[in-house]
Design a protein around this ligand. Structure first.
Ligand code: 13P
Ligand code: SF4
Length: 407
């Protein structure tokens, strides 16, 4: 059994064949990702297929309409697709990626008049901030938010910061916000000389931040903050405190705040938060040589018990590099795990939880919404444009540029 290993997206050693063990296919397991038509589990509804041919979806012309609208727009439109998007949408993406790669790609396309962002609201906001004023960013469904981003509201964060000022510690603190936060929060971080990070570069962002100050205020994902500080940078769990915005002074004493190195905001991802230590134990019992591969938004005990941890781009590379016959239990969003399982039929790729779950807001972007957005653009109308006000955008851009410039 491997020891838990944390590797950064950049500069991490490539996985090689020696890293893997030979795997013999077990009987269907409770957590195996049963792809439609490739197996079923009589004890649950997982993988159950309908016999015979399914009728066509309600509008069989949608693929043709999306293709035609995209062709009519040509180079005027650039479609970005996050890895958690549905297949029906991802097939129309000009580029797919994790949130870091998509931010870079948005910034690198100054000639595209329209950026159609197939992802969630905070990603589209970041794209608007990073693109030129002439470019328009479109989110096909405005209901595609993010529950984690919603857990940090500017007023709450300002209240916390004022408390740090009263305690005389604000000058020692560098605020760091995960990309998965609103533009308001990124603006707050930029105003206070901090940086944005993603799951691909959190260690680099924290290393830079601890060169600027002795403490970090990490928003809004407690798990990414704790996992990076403790498992990648050698901090103790005791160096971290959890600031609860719903309690007076975050529920922390003055001394706890004065002594802390990492002040973690009490936020989390509702999708990655589903994976538990029990899910890891269970899959290890049933598939003894399984590799457990998780996203750093998972809880600390889950990441500690895993073999590999990394961003969505890292997860994709790890599974691409894995040898035929190896077994993987993957703790991240289901659209991506399912796509990887289909792309690698020679490997056993499982979802790391009995309860299979998509990110409900990522899933809001479906083919009908994408077709509607593209056809509106063809008709000369700009639907669902995401704009960030100039002042917020200016300060958020400082924090985003600082991230893009991280060594
Ligand atoms: P990354 O794209 O940075 O891996 O983050 C995953 C996520 O939860 C996006 O919403
Ligand atoms: Fe937000 Fe989690 Fe969904 Fe990503 S997967 S958009 S962090 S709720």
């Amino acid at each position: 059994m491997w020891q838990p290993t944390l590797r950064e997206a950049d500069g991490r050693p490539a996985l090689c064949d020696d890293d893997f063990v030979t795997w013999t296919e077990p009987a269907n397991t409770a957590t195996a990702l049963l792809l439609l038509g490739r197996g079923s589990d009589p004890a649950s509804e997982r993988g159950v297929d309908c016999p015979g041919d399914l009728p066509a979806p309600s509008d069989p012309d949608l693929v043709a309409r999306a293709t035609a609208a995209k062709a009519a727009l040509g180079d005027r439109v650039f479609v970005l697709g996050h890895h958690y998007q549905r297949d029906e949408v991802i097939q129309f993406a000009d580029v797919t990626g994790d949130s870091f790669k998509l931010a870079q790609q948005a910034a690198a396309r100054p000639d595209a008049e329209f950026i159609v962002f197939c992802g969630v609201h905070f990603m589209a906001e970041s794209a608007d901030i990073l693109t030129t004023p002439a470019q328009r960013v479109i989110l096909p469904d405005l209901a595609a938010g993010c529950s984690m981003a919603d857990m940090a509201v500017l007023g709450q964060v300002q209240t916390a910061w004022e408390h740090f000022e009263d305690l005389g510690i604000a000058g020692d603190i560098v605020p760091v916000t995960y990309m998965n936060s609103s533009a308001d929060i990124k603006g707050f971080v930029g105003r206070n000389k901090g940086v944005v990070c993603t799951s691909s570069n959190a260690k680099r962002a924290l290393t830079w931040s601890f060169e600027q100050g002795s403490k970090v205020f990490f928003l809004p994902d407690q798990h990414l903050g704790r996992n990076t500080a403790v498992l990648e940078m050698g901090f103790d769990l005791d160096d971290c405190v959890l600031y609860d915005p719903h309690k007076a002074n975050g529920g922390l004493t003055d001394d706890q705040l004065r002594n802390a190195r990492m002040i973690l905001w009490r936020g989390h991802c509702s999708v990655h938060g589903r994976f538990t230590l029990d899910s890891v134990r269970e899959v290890r019992e049933r598939v003894p040589e399984v590799n457990v591969l998780v996203h750093p938004e998972c809880r600390h005990d889950v990441v500690q018990a895993a073999d590999y941890v990394g961003s969505t781009e890292y997860i994709i590379r790890a599974l691409d590099a894995a040898p035929a016959g190896s077994a993987w239990a993957v703790g991240t969003e289901l659209n991506l795990v399912r796509r990887l399982a289909l792309a690698h039929p020679d490997k056993q790729i499982m979802f790391l939880d009995r309860t299979v779950c998509y990110c409900s807001t990522m899933n809001r972007i479906d083919l009908p919404h994408l077709v509607w957005a593209l056809e509106e653009l063809v008709a000369g109308r700009v639907p669902n444009q995401i704009t960030v006000d100039e002042d917020t955008a200016h300060h958020a851009r400082v924090a985003l540029d600082q991230m893009l410039a991280l060594p």
